[in-house]
Design a binder for this molecule. Structure first.
Ligand code: A3D
Length: 320
């Protein structure tokens, strides 16, 4: 029986971390693809040499040839450029759109049956463009953002409540950006909703508002601290969780950028919503009731994604 094959398109900071995690978890063989000559092969060799120490068996290969991703079961796309201090995710649009075209064609020609997870920013527009360029079914192309945004939210909540991260669930909807919508009513500690915890005196609404604000700016905070590049450990961990849910048919309920066809009143866009990921990719969109404030916040987010798509269509006529 052939081992599962995981192709990482883009072998920079997130790509390298993805390869490390996939190898350590023995998820399968790993192909690191990048346009940078030599670098993916160097990372693959370095990681392979961690195998004897850590005790994992995985073939790791670095390449700049799309033929090497042939037959991949999962493709995780980080190809492109990350943000520099002062840049918004949207500033990346023009450069990364061209990259998505090349990557989409590489996937279409070599592994059209793969489950594809896009991480490249601006996320909601890039995952849409990648799907268009690759021509894969919508349920097999998904964007990673919500798992990361909710992990940031969970981390801040767990720290505030002084409880285990494991016991905190959190809920973030909408586009990946400053318009994302963290929802306190659906965020819990061991099933107890945050508004009830406020009533129990565990925290205050002011502190929760500050956490929501910090979650929205979570990526920018790290960009500012690093001084060069953007977050990579947590983004890689989040994408691996999505890949595992697909490969093991776990049917995890995870917030992802998924293609909506009328749910939440949105048609034809990729926006962050809770979905079930199993062996058939995105198997279900979970549509929850939103109160007026959340609905308004979600709409602002959808409008921002729509603007990005219009910009993409202006830049590449094949998308119009
Ligand atoms: P980085 O370390 O620069 O890696 C990107 C890699 O892509 C580099 O090694 C490039 O050589 C490579 N590359 C560029 N063009 C191509 C191409 N045409 N084909 C193949 N490879 C190419 O960046 P990173 O790993 O830190 O981040 C990657 C992307 O993820 C960026 O767009 C970030 O903005 C984005 N990101 C998204 C999130 C989300 O939550 C959605 C979080 C963090 C970063």
């Amino acid at each position: 029986m052939a081992r599962t094959k995981i192709a990482l398109v883009g072998s920079g900071m997130i790509g390298g971390t993805l390869a490390h995690l996939a190898a350590m978890k023995e998820m399968g063989d790993v192909v690191l693809f990048d346009i940078a000559e030599g670098m993916p092969a160097g990372k693959a060799l370095d990681l392979s040499q961690a195998g004897p120490v850590e005790g994992f068996d995985a073939n790791l290969k670095g390449t700049s040839d799309y033929a090497d991703i042939a037959g991949a079961d999962v493709v995780i796309v980080t190809a492109g450029v990350p943000r520099k201090p002062g840049m918004s995710r949207d500033d990346l649009l023009g450069i990364n759109l061209k990259v998505m075209k090349a990557v989409g064609e590489g996937i279409k020609n070599n592994c059209p049956d793969a489950f594809v997870i896009c991480i490249t920013n601006p996320l909601d527009a890039m995952v849409w463009a990648l799907r268009e360029f690759s021509g894969l079914p919508h349920n097999k192309v998904v964007g990673m953002a919500g798992v990361l945004d909710s992990a940031r939210f969970r981390h801040f909540l767990a720290t505030e409540f002084d409880v285990s991260m494991e016991d905190v669930t959190a809920f973030v909807l909408g586009g990946h950006g400053d318009t994302m919508v963290p929802i306190l009513e659906y965020s819990t500690v061991a099933g107890i909703p945050v508004p009830d915890l406020i009533k129990m005196g565990w925290s205050t609404q002011e502190k929760m508002d500050a956490i929501v604000k910090r979650t929205r700016g979570g990526g920018g905070e790290i960009v500012g601290l690093l001084g060069n590049g953007s977050a990579y450990y947590a983004p890689a961990t989040a994408a691996i969780q999505m890949a595992e849910s697909y490969l093991k048919d776990k049917k995890r309920v995870l917030p992802c950028a998924a293609h909506l066809t009328g749910q939440y009143g949105v048609d034809g866009l990729y926006v962050g919503v809770p979905v079930v990921i199993g062996a058939n990719g995105v198997e279900r969109i979970v549509e929850i009731a939103l109160d007026d404030e959340a609905q308004k916040g979600f709409q602002v987010s959808v409008d921002a994604v729509n603007e990005l798509l219009d910009a993409c269509k202006g830049l590449d006529s094949s998308l119009a």
